[in-house]
Design a protein around this ligand. Structure first.
Ligand code: FES
Length: 622
């Protein structure tokens, strides 16, 4: 064996004497420009031999290099044979330049390096002099065209069965689709002639309510379609718990089919609008919570909802699409994000990938709020996570006039400190029908600031004002009079609504502080707070701090990453390196069970004040 060291990266590989430098480079994982497929014709695979023994035909190189360049050791990698240990300089211009693209929801570019690539190859037919098998011939052809090393590729039985007829029907001109899988590369598909410009992939956010699909062109790096629809599993239960119970009563197969159908519906909408054949979709990346992922894979989720809350699998999985009923190329792959625990699932790992907190030295806090909330604290070295029930109040449930963020929902409110008249805006600008989460946070903060409520959330009924009244069951504040609403009655917030809201915000804040104590850090050590999910989209950062929903830090350091699950899935679809890091991220996160933390209850009690019993935690709020 001979050792070839590639500079400037110092990547080393041991190869048998007689190997070409191009072959050695590909084995070492370097992607070189090989326009002519290693036939010595294009002159693109330029390298410089720095030291060691190599064999080549200097005359052949004459038309590509000047004498001065030849003096410096210039040669073509595909025409240079390794004879002894070598040091080879690979100029940047010889390497395939990675494309960088901007992913929606991110403020920086991502390297475009998908896990699936197509290679068009023209092969020599077999002969008595060269009777090597069809598969070997194909794999060598792919390698010569700049693809992975032949030995690292394999073809599943379904593709093997197709190979002989496709090769011969196409006069040995074929396009192979190669996908990166754990441990090597899989030949996903083989097509006649040159179809190398048609390769697509889908990033999926499999939510328990909504399924979102981003369809990508894996050749150009562009999004070609976006679609979303309801998760059809809703017909088997509104919330996760109801669906797990449905699964327990022999309903798991149905839930799996409904999850696949929900993805398929969005895939169909996106591919139809882009005029794409679904057979050309080869890679589907799915980020979902742990229960959703189990259900898509038809794995029993029952043991996750009872102590000791054990999922069946936490690691990332790659499965052939046809096994899950996903309507893309049947040999295409479905990649499912890994999870940390029953509650910290692939959607949160996707959030972490989207905000990048797992790659930085600075400490960040990630908060994802829905009916349940998930919180992650940490940096590139360590991360703690927890989850809990926020109660539906922050999503508009358990609040008399609360509603989801639908048209007519009051989403922003300010209250005049003198007249106590609210000024609000609604989604779609129509007459108000209720108040959604962001409006409720505003309301709580504004009522506190204008002293209509005290720090415990009690309405001051001593104030004489038409908007402050006793109410049927609880004291209430009138947000909008009947004549200005779409529902023909006064929209109010009651003292009981406020109590429910405070309990919800207290759970979230107490969870944040519990993790901070576990990690031995204070709010001063947190560089950034990220909000993920729809709730964060319209949230007023200042008001969220005033009521003590989150620890107080500089408002400029509070960021909203929107739908981090789909952003993370997009990143994992188009960047193979990012996909490889996911299991590592998941294993680095310690999960803290809040129910088992005695300090959580203490923190919760302190957090049931606005903003907190301990004012020193909120110096800016006073
Ligand atoms: Fe074309 Fe070497 S000359 S790959």
């Amino acid at each position: 064996m001979r050792t070839v060291t590639f500079l400037p990266s110092y990547r080393k590989i041991d190869v048998p004497r007689g190997t070409t430098v191009l072959d050695a480079a590909q084995r070492a994982g370097l992607s070189m420009n090989v326009v002519c497929g290693g036939q010595g014709k294009c002159g693109k695979c330029i390298v410089y031999i720095q030291s060691g023994r190599a064999e080549f035909d200097r005359q052949k190189f004459g038309r590509f290099f000047s004498d001065a360049e030849l003096q410096k050791g210039a040669c073509l990698a595909c025409e240079t044979i390794v004879q002894g240990d070598l040091h080879v300089l690979v100029p940047e211009s010889t390497l395939i330049q990675e494309q960088k693209i901007l992913v929606e929801g991110l403020d920086h570019e991502i390297e475009f390096r998908p896990s699936v690539r197509k290679y068009y190859v023209e092969l020599q037919p077999p002969s008595l002099a060269d009777p090597s098998p069809d598969l070997s011939r194909l794999l060598w052809g792919i390698q010569k065209s700049g693809g992975p090393v032949a030995e690292k590729m394999y073809a599943p039985l379904e593709v093997l069965r197709e190979i002989p007829s496709i090769l011969r029907h196409s006069d040995w001109k074929v396009t192979a689709t190669i996908g990166l899988v754990p441990g090597g590369y899989r030949v996903i598909d083989l097509q006649e002639n040159d179809t190398s410009k048609r390769a697509y992939g889908a990033a999926v956010d499999l939510g328990s309510t909504t399924v979102v699909v981003y369809l990508w062109d894996l050749v150009t790096g562009k999004v070609v379609g976006v679609a979303s629809n309801y998760n059809k599993q809703i017909s088997c239960g509104e919330d996760i718990l109801a669906r797990v119970n449905f699964a327990r009563k022999n309903g798991l197969t149905k839930l799996q089919a409904l999850a696949a159908e929900s993805i398929n519906q969005a895939l169909t909408t996106a591919s139809n609008s882009a005029g794409i054949d679904r057979e050309d979709i080869y890679d589907v990346v799915v980020a979902g919570n742990t229960v959703m992922t189990h259900m898509l894979l038809e794995i029993d989720p029952a043991y996750m909802i009872a102590e000791p809350y054990v999922p069946v699998v936490r690691r990332a999985l790659s499965i052939a699409a046809h096994r899950l009923g996903i309507n893309c190329n049947p040999n295409g792959g479905v990649f499912a994000f890994p999870a940390v625990s029953d509650f910290i699932g692939g959607d949160i790992i996707a959030d972490i990938l989207a905000c990048g907190m797992g790659e930085r030295d600075e400490i960040s806090l990630l908060v994802d709020i829905g009916t349940n909330f998930e919180v992650v604290l940490g940096n590139r070295e360590w991360m703690f996570s927890c989850a809990g029930a926020a109660g539906p109040a922050l999503e508009g449930g358990e609040v008399l006039f609360g509603m989801r963020a639908n048209p007519g929902a009051i989403e922003k409110i300010t209250i005049d400190p003198v007249t106590l008249d609210p000024e609000y805006s609604t989604i779609n600008g129509i007459k108000p029908r209720g108040v959604c989460g962001s409006g409720l946070i505003d309301l709580l903060a504004e009522l506190l600031v204008v002293c209509v409520i005290d720090r415990t959330g009690r309405i001051n009924t001593e104030i004489e004002h038409p908007r402050i009244r006793k109410g049927t069951h609880f004291p209430e504040f009138v947000i909008a009079w009947a004549k200005e609403t779409d529902i023909g009655k006064d929209i109010v917030i009651t003292e009981n609504d406020i109590k429910n809201l405070i309990m919800s915000k207290a759970s979230v804040h107490a969870a944040c502080v519990t993790l901070m104590k576990e990690a031995g850090v204070t709010h001063k050590d947190i560089s950034t707070i990220y909000f993920a999910g729809a709730f964060g989209n319209y949230l007023d950062k200042k008001n969220a701090t005033i009521i003590g929903l989150i620890p107080e830090i500089d408002l400029n350091d509070i960021k909203n990453i929107g739908n981090g699950a789909v952003t993370g899935a997009n990143i994992a679809l188009i960047n193979r390196r990012a996909r490889k890091t996911l299991d590592d991220i998941a294993y680095r996160i310690a999960y803290i069970e809040l129910n088992a933390e005695s300090s959580f209850m203490d923190e919760y009690t302190g957090s049931t004040f606005l903003p907190h019993t301990d004012f020193s935690l909120f110096p800016g709020v006073q």
